[in-house]
Design a protein. Sequence first.
Lengths: 494, 452
Amino acid sequence: MKRRALRPELLFFERNPRRVRRQGVLLPPLDVPVVDPAAVLPAGLLRPPDPDYPDLGELEVVQHFHRLSQLNYAVDEGLYPLGSCTMKYNPRVNELTARFPGFADIHPLQPASQVQGALRLIWELEEALKAITGLAGVTLQPAAGAHGELTGMLMIRRALEARGDARRVVLVPDSAHGTNPATAAFAGYEALELPSAADGTVDLAALERAMDASVAALMLTVPNTLGVFEHRITEISRLVHDRGGFIYMDGANLNSFVGRALPGLMGADAMHINLHKTFSTPHGGGGPGAGPVAVSPALLPHLPTPRVVREGSSFALLWDDPASIGPMRGFYGNFLILVRALTYIWSLGGDGLRAMSEVAVLYANLVRHRLAGAYHLAYDAPSMHEVVFDDSLQVRHEVHNTDIAKRLLDYGFHPPTVSFPLIVHGALMIEPGESVAPEEVEAFCDAMLAIAAECEAEPEFVRSAPHDTPVRRVDEVRAARNLKVRWTPEDVKR
Amino acid sequence: MHPWVGAGLEDRRDILAELGLSSIDELFASIPAAVSIDRLELPPARDEESIKLALAKLSTANLSMDCAPCFLGAGVYRHLRPAVVDAVLSRAEFFTSYTPYQPEISQGTLQVIFEFQTLITRLTGLGVANASLYDGATAFVEAVLFAHRVLRGKRDLAVVAETVHPMYRRVLATYAGAAGIEVVVVPPGADGRLDPQAVRAAAGDRACCVALQSPNFLGIVEDLPALAAAAHEAGALAVEVVTEAVSLGLLAGGGAFGFDVVCGEAQSFGVAPGFGGPHLGFFACAEKQVRQLPGRLVGETVDSEGRRAFCLTLSTREQHIRRAKATSNICTNQGLMALAATVWLEAVGGRGLRELAASCLARSEELKRRIAALGGPWRLAYPASPSFNEFLLLGPGPGAELAARLARESVLAGVPSSLWGGSWPDGILVATTELNAAADLDALVAALGRLS
């Protein structure tokens, strides 16, 4: 449990207030003649000394970050059941392999002959993801899920251009991730919302009406953001393909069916894979992630450059390819994240990955079973790896989903995703993941049940939560109204 | 059974029994048979020792930058990385946490980002910096899109110096088409520097931005005040790209000269070269344009008891809220890399950063002197132009061939300058940092002598 901070942690800029010289990192000795910067650089371009950028000793820096770290909740502390985010264990061996000097200390522009191991690693991970998705090709370049979406949509755009077919609309179900319509807009398309059927899946009749010659693609999350599998997926993709469109599959929820189903069989033309979800690379407090995209044969020619190509037993980089959409970012992807993902996939193997998805689905259904009745189930369809409740039973006591989330902090758990998906009012979206012991899932359920009882007995106590966290409820409205996004020397005088 | 899957076989049986099910397959009944499989075509599970050996075998097939005197740069630099940086990064409270959407239990990450934003504003000379972007190349793309938004899409031309990293320009080309932005490239003058008049002429009256890099791809420091003036005269935003962030230890950021955006790559601040990623992009702009800023932003506020606290703010710009009207496609920042940069900048310190940058400069100047003295086929492409820690070296043959020959002499002499083409001569970009001891310079100069 995160307890109240014993004393406030000063900002870096508030330390060493007398601004005296303290020794930071010791530099290698200057074993060449000293150069006066003003003698070789234009004097007007030089930076004047900054008295408000202090120097500290090493322990002061260590203590600063150590104390800050203790204000954070983390996967290593307890259940982190954020729906759609797949917070799982980040294996320690991943951290070890990613720090091998032969991976961490190589330069992306060394000649290919000096980096054969790195190129092979990229190729091996591509092959593994092809096996997992049943698709024809993979790019590891995208830096995150949304970046992968954009990569996929730009490939679809290029494929349509190549056949001289200008389309302007992308269909996005109303249950989709917010990133989907944003991506469609960035790829130069108009995003058109598709209403869901009563069970939360795609409404085939609505798709039938909307799917005309102006539609470039349907963006679809499988299973969808309610944790429900699109059971008519083959009919959906056949309809879209027959009318000249593409299927973009959002792979954010891949953790629910690895080893159980193949997107390639579902008719996906492009699908991003969040390595920081399904394949255990750390979320890092908000990145770096990695969002590889797997593609069908139709999009294969348009994969981003540079690409790793195998030539017999050696590997090379292909930088120029006129059919490609071009590079999506610098170099070849978040390589050290790729090292972690391959470590994970090779460690679990085919059967381990299948077991991973099975337990993820099992735990979500355990939560669904235990909380049924105490919380209102938004949709009754079968749940895969996550389950969506809403706060309609608690709103009667004027307690909302965000209050329940804050109260969970007092119980020592990270809350579920709240207020998403948008089609569920007051949503509580729970994804336990497969890594924890069953007792941790049960303890979370007990906390949720206790809070449901509190909502009836002492709703005000829930509304004013959290009570026992490093800081109490944070005023987010004030942050936006009185915008203060950096420290300034004037802060000291105030 | 596997240690990373929390439930054993008996646990599974017990849970299935509680759910009233006899087989786990029943939970997957909603997946149609036509798309289902029985098993994956992947090898079986492997134990930790075997995994370490397999990965070590791949890693030792690479030549690490520490194995030979190394002068590789061109956007990725080898600087000191004190042990304290990785020690902080290895704290599970930082690396196993999510985006700080719940501020009450995320003050650690949030305060770090606030400090990162402050450090970047001080280094760039601008009022606002975001929580980081994917990398330097995408930060540059975001800067062009930002300028296009600020001028409300009325100006659809981006004027870009050819000496902006050519790989960055290629990434821009990927995005520009879909955004409806035309890109015009301005080559450098004979001295390798960008001519403000050439910029002014290229911009005409429909440029949304003039973007340039300093120190540029050839290592040369640009005349920032004149270039900002040229951009503004054309009614365009002035964008500075920085790929060697350590240069900001000695050189003032473009904000001091009127640049509207200063962005780039901050890998030099304590992040491993890592074969190109993960690194971190940074992005700073004027306070008045904060609502067009891409990426996450942390603000200061108070909790319900009036104590200082931090939280993500202005998220209405972001796609999970704004959906199709978001300012950017970027969802994550490079949180852990921003942490690395913050620890590094705080451990090195303000005066330390100046001294570190001065050390890079001194070593680069010494190397230039010694190469000039060497004579023969080796010469500096732009001997009279000011540089920070990188310069273009010309020799007997094209750059890629020279780099390969020098590698056989056990020196990683630099990056070929024409990997992506360019109007400049084909040679090697030689980068020098505080880690290049005098003995490294001796080794490079001796190797050049042998190839004369």
